[in-house]
Design a protein around this ligand. Sequence first.
Ligand code: URA
Length: 263
Amino acid sequence: MAARQNGFNLKTESGGSRVHGERRLFSLFLRLDVILDSKLEVCQAALPHLNDMKKMQDSNSAAALIPNKATLENLRAAVRNCHACDLWKNATQAVFGEGKAGAKIMLIGEVPGNQEDIEGKPFVGPAGKLLDAALATAGIDRTEVYVTNTVKHFKFEPRGKRRIHQKPNAAEIAACRPWLDAEIGVVKPQIIVCLGATAAQALMGRDFRVTQHRGEFLQSELAPIVIATVHPSSILRIPDEQAKREEVKRFIADLKKVRKALK
Ligand code: URA
């Protein structure tokens, strides 16, 4: 078969036009070039991120992932890629803090629980319900508070169908620390409330004992006031109902002290 190209008739063995074939080949190359170019751009854009991931894994710290100009939005986006310790492997997602920059009170718990891991929000499970009720009784509006955890991924041990909460270890706490420092840096709370020993020791040092310094206004560079109280989960674990009610009252008294200290 013959085809007319620029006044010439060119025949190919298959009967098609050679020029037509060459043009198709040329446009294919052009498209390939564009595709390779765009792939190269994607790779180049991903390179700093991959470097950060490597730095993070090598150093066992989330520090490399903290954006230069941290905001709660970019921190929340960045924490999704955190592999600074191994907890991300079994957790559903990182649970970042909740609340506004500029919140006067920051509450810091230990580690997200089962419900928090599923919902991706801190203190939404049983301990969160107790915390909400205690805050309300103390006259503190939870929506005005910034709530977060010392460690951002759920740590658990599977037991049958249940996932049993585990305490994070020192390496996990240290790996996660840059997130907490960045949150404190952005929120700039007037008062930090450590809920339980994990948060209190992370901020005040390993020798700190909540039993000895509960409810005291502590000196720290992190905020004008730091105070430690019990973790609401520890109250839920008290088997005796009367003793539990007493502990709830003490917990509310600590939170009232926080409210009164606000400027
Ligand atoms: N316990 C915590 O320490 N944090 C949560 O978010 C839930 C339970």
